[in-house]
Design a protein. Structure first.
Length: 735
C-alpha cells in the first residue's frame, strides 16, 4: 500500500510486514525517514535530529541556518557536489564541466500495478499484486529531471527501485554515476554480508562489521561475475538465520556493478547499489534519458531465513518467465562431462539411450556441435551444425533422440568468437578491441561487440536458423570469459564509457528476441557455471547453471550461498561422475542426487557406464524427484545448518507453503569416531500438527521444532539422510 500525503510531501510504502518512508523537507530535499518493521505510519521525520556540525556545509537555500546539512541527513537519492560527502547516488557532469547537482522535489504520483523498464529486466506485477510510486526530483540549474520509481509488492514484502534521469535542458550532460538504490540507515553498527568467490566456488557468504568509511564489492569484468554477486545484506550484529533485523538488496543486472556501504562519521550507514562507475560515462543530449537497472529490497526482522523466503517467493512469481510455469521441468542429462568435445551422433544417441529408461526426459547436447569446434580454440561464432559429427544436421539427431521418448536441448555461446572461425575471418572488427592493440584472449576466444546491432542481428539470424531446423525445447546460453579491451568501433570517443552497459543491453535484447520467437523454449543461463548468476539474467533465463563445480560437497556451499538471494528452482544442479572431475572427491550417488535435487536436477555423466545397482538407484532417484518436485521447486526453503561452520553435517529443508509437508536433507562432512549425539531442529512446520516421518512413526510438530529429530551416528563420510514428513489429520497419538 502506498500512502501519498501530498500536503506534507510524505510518502509511505507499507508492505505486509515492513514500512518505508520518505519526506520532502522545507527545502525540497527528499529525506529517507524510515525503513524497517511495519509501523502505523505518521510523519517519521520526527526521528531526525538537527545540530551544527563542523565541516558539514549548509546548502545555499538554508541561508544562515547552521544546523541543516546534507552531510548528516538520511537521503533518498543523493547527488554529488552539494555538501554530502558520503557515497553519491548520482554524479552528473554539466555542460560547463561542473559536478554538482541539487535534486529538489517536484512531484509524486501513484500508479496501479508495477512499472516496467524498457529493455531492462524488472519484477512484474498486476494491479492486484503491486503499486508504483514515482517521485520526480529536479535540478533547476541543469534542468535535469530524476524520476525515482518504487514498486511495492505488499504480500512479498518486496520494494523495487529504479531511476530515470532525463535531460530537459539545452546542453549536453554526462552521467558519471547513476546508482539504482541508496539506502540510509540510522546507526553504524551493522554487518555487511557479500557473496564472493571465484570460478568453481561462487557466492560464499562473507560477513564483516561495517568499519568507518566505505567498503565495497563489485565487478568490472563486464558480467556480474564469479567473484562477487550483485546481492548484499546489511544486518544487525546479532542477526542470524531465524532472528534479527536484516536488509537484503539485489541488483537485477548482469554487467559491471558496485555494492558499496559506508559507515559515516556520525554513525549512520549508507548502502549504494548500481552500475559500477568504472569506465561508465553516459552522454545525455538534450531530451535524452537514461534508466538504471532495477534494485529490489527486502527487510526482515526475523533473520536471513525469512528474508530469503521473501525474495524466493517474489522471484518465483514475479520475475521468472518460465515457459513451464508451475509444471515440472524435464529431468535432463547433459553431454558435457560425459564426452567433452569428443562425440558423434551415435555416441550421443548411446548416451541418451542409456538415460531414457531411467526416467530422464531431456537430452542436452553441450559444446562441440557446430563449426570446426573440436576443442575450445576454434569455431565459436560459426553457428552451423558440424555435419562431420552430426550427419543430416540437428534434425536427424533430434529424430533419433525423440524416438527414445526424450526431448532435445542445445548449448550455445552467442557472445563469443574464436579467431579461428569463419566469422572472425570475415569480421575481425566485430570483436571488442582497442585500435592499435591486440586484444587479450580468454579461453582462446574474443568477445563480440554486442553493443552493435548489426553484430547481434547476424548472430541472432544464425541462431534462429539452427533452432528452427529441429525441435529444440531447451537452450543453454553460455558465456565463458570476462570482458577486456572494451572499445566499440560503432561509438564516438566520448561515448566509449557507454560500451559496457550497451553490451549488457544487447545481451538482454537478444534473449528477449529469443523468448518472443520461441515462447516455449526453456533457456538456462550459464557463464562458466555461475559467473552471471543474477536477478537480471533470471528474468530471461529462469534457471542458471550454478557452478562448473559439480562436486556435491562443494555444491553444498555454493548452493547455500546462492540461496540467500535466489530460490533453489533457479539453480542448475546435476549429478556427475565420481570421483568428481573438479575435486577428485568420491561421494555416494544418493548424496549427489540429494544435492542436485535442491536445484533444477539432472545428470551430467555417461549413465551407460553405471553398474546395474547404480542404475536402479538412479531410476529410484528420478522417481523420487518427480514425486516430490512440488516441494523442491515451489516449497519454502530453510537453511537448517551452515556448510561453512564446523559440524557433523549440513542440513536444509523444503517445506510446503502450508507447512503440511516437508523434505529434509542432510549431508555429513568427513566423519569421526565417537561422535556426540545430535538432533536436527526443524523449521517451517506447524507446531500443532503431527507428522509421519518417512512413512513410519508420528512426530509432533512442536517437538520437531524445538527438540528436533535425532540423527543416526554412523552415517560415514559425505553420506546423505533424507526425511520426508507429512502432516496427518487423524487423532492417532504421536510417538
Ligand atoms: C562452461 C559451462 O559452464 C560448462 O557447463 C560447459 O557448457 C562448457 N562451458 C562448454 O564449453
Amino acid at each position: 500500500m502506498i500512502v501519498l500525503d501530498k500536503e506534507h510531501k510524505l510518502f509511505t510504502l507499507h508492505t505486509q510486514n515492513t514500512t518505508y518512508q520518505m519526506k520532502a523537507d522545507a527545502y525540497g530535499v527528499l529525506l529517507h525517514t524510515y525503513y524497517g518493521p511495519r509501523v502505523r505510519g505518521g510523519d517519521l521525520s520526527c526521528l531526525l535530529q538537527y545540530t551544527d556540525r563542523s565541516f558539514s556545509p549548509n546548502p545555499n537555500a538554508a541561508g544562515t541556518c547552521r544546523t541543516y546539512s546534507l552531510d548528516v541527513l538520511p537521503r533518498e537519492y543523493a547527488a554529488s557536489g552539494g555538501g554530502d560527502f558520503r557515497i553519491p547516488s548520482l554524479e552528473v557532469e554539466g555542460p560547463d564541466g561542473s559536478h554538482t547537482a541539487s535534486l529538489r522535489f517536484a512531484e509524486a504520483q501513484v500508479r496501479p500495478g508495477k512499472y516496467a523498464l524498457e529493455g531492462l529486466p524488472a519484477f512484474f506485477g498486476t494491479e492486484a499484486e503491486a503499486d508504483t510510486l514515482v517521485i520526480t526530483l529536479e535540478d533547476a540549474a541543469l534542468q535535469l529531471q530524476v524520476e525515482l520509481f518504487y514498486g511495492v509488492f505488499e504480500a512479498h514484502d518486496l520494494i523495487t527501485r529504479a531511476v530515470r534521469v532525463v535531460n530537459r535542458g539545452e546542453g549536453t550532460v554526462r552521467l558519471r554515476q547513476a546508482a539504482s538504490l541508496c539506502l540510509d540507515l540510522p546507526g553504524g553498527d551493522w554487518d555487511l554480508i557479500t557473496f564472493d568467490g571465484r570460478h568453481v566456488m561462487e557466492r560464499c557468504p562473507s560477513r564483516a562489521p561495517l568499519r568507518p568509511g566505505v567498503q565495497s564489492v563489485g565487478s568490472v569484468r563486464g558480467t556480474s561475475s564469479h567473484q562477487h554477486n550483485p546481492f548484499a545484506i546489511l544486518c544487525g550484529r546479532d542477526a542470524g538465520e531465524e532472528h534479527g533485523l536484516c536488509y537484503g538488496a539485489m541488483l537485477l543486472y548482469s554487467g559491471n556493478f558496485q555494492a558499496a556501504a559506508e559507515r559515516s562519521q556520525f554513525e549512520s550507514s549508507r548502502l549504494v547499489l548500481g552500475i559500477h562507475p568504472y569506465h561508465f560515462c553516459w552522454t545525455l543530449d538534450p531530451g535524452a534519458s537514461f534508466t538504471t537497472p532495477e534494485a529490489a529490497l527486502v527487510c526482515s526482522s526475523q533473520g536471513f531465513g525469512a528474508m530469503s523466503r521473501r525474495f524466493h517467493r517474489a522471484i518465483r512469481s514475479n520475475l521468472l518467465r518460465d515457459p513451464y510455469g508451475d509444471r515440472r521441468k524435464p529431468v535432463l542429462v547433459n553431454s558435457w562431462e560425459a564426452t567433452y568435445f569428443d562425440f558423434d551422433a551415435d555416441k550421443l544417441v548411446e548416451l541418451a539411450a542409456a538415460s531414457a529408461p531411467l526416467g530422464v526426459e531431456l537430452f542436452v547436447l553441450d559444446d562441440g556441435w557446430f563449426g570446426a569446434r573440436d576443442s575450445d580454440s576454434s569455431g565459436l561464432g560459426d553457428w552451423t551444425v558440424n555435419e562431420r559429427k552430426l550427419p543430416g544436421g540437428l534434425e536427424a539427431l533430434v529424430t533419433r533422440i525423440q524416438a527414445l521418448g526424450m526431448s532435445f536441448g542445445l548449448w550455445v555461446e552467442p557472445e563469443m568468437v574464436n579467431e579461428d572461425s569463419e566469422l572472425y575471418r570475415a569480421h575481425p572488427d566485430w570483436a571488442l578491441s582497442v585500435p592499435g592493440r591486440g586484444p587479450s584472449r580468454g579461453r582462446a576466444q574474443l568477445v563480440l561487440d554486442f553493443s552493435r546491432k548489426e553484430v547481434r542481428d547476424h548472430i541472432y539470424a544464425a541462431l534462429k536458423r539452427v533452432l528452427s531446423s529441429a525441435d529444440v525445447s531447451y537452450v543453454k546460453w553460455d558465456m565463458n570469459r570476462s570482458l577486456t579491451d572494451v572499445w566499440s568501433a560503432a561509438l564516438a570517443p566520448e561515448r566509449q564509457g557507454e560500451v559496457y552497459h550497451r553490451y549488457v543491453l544487447g545481451v538482454y535484447e537478444m534473449l528477449e528476441r529469443l523468448r518472443q520467437d520461441f515462447p516455449n523454449l526453456l533457456i538456462e543461463g550459464c557463464s562458466g557455471g555461475g559467473g552471471r548468476f543474477d536477478g537480471g539474467m533470471l528474468y530471461y533465463t529462469p534457471q542458471i547453471w550454478c557452478s562448473d563445480n559439480t562436486d556435491a560437497v562443494d555444491r553444498l556451499r555454493i548452493q547455500y550461498g546462492t540461496s540467500f538471494g535466489y530460490p533453489p528452482c533457479t539453480m542448475g544442479a546435476h549429478v556427475s561422475a565420481t570421483p568428481n572431475e573438479q575435486t577428485g572427491r568420491t561421494a555416494s550417488l544418493e548424496t549427489r542426487g540429494a544435492v542436485a535435487m535442491s536445484g533444477t536436477f539432472g545428470y551430467e555423466m555417461d549413465l551407460g557406464k553405471s553398474s546395474p545397482e547404480e542404475r536402479e538407484t538412479i531410476r529410484k532417484q528420478v522417481e523420487f524427484f518427480k514425486k516430490h518436485h512440488h516441494l523442491l521447486q515451489t516449497g519454502d526453503y530453510y537453511r537448517l545448518t551452515s556448510p561453512f561452520q564446523e559440524g557433523p553435517y549440513t542440513a536444509w529443508a523444503h517445506v510446503s507453503p502450508d507447512g503440511r509437508e516437508a523434505l529434509v536433507n542432510l549431508v555429513t562432512g568427513s566423519t569421526h569416531a565417537a561422535l556426540p549425539f545430535t538432533s536436527l531442529r526443524l523449521q517451517g512446520l506447524d507446531p500443532n500438527l503431527d507428522y509421519r516421518v518417512n512413512g513410519g512413526k508420528l512426530w509432533p510438530g512442536d517437538v520437531l521444532l524445538t527438540a528436533g529429530y535425532p540423527i543416526p551416528l554412523f552415517l560415514g563420510d559425505y553420506q546423505t539422510f533424507q526425511l520426508y514428513l507429512e502432516a496427518v489429520d487423524a487423532s492417532s497419538p504421536a510417538f
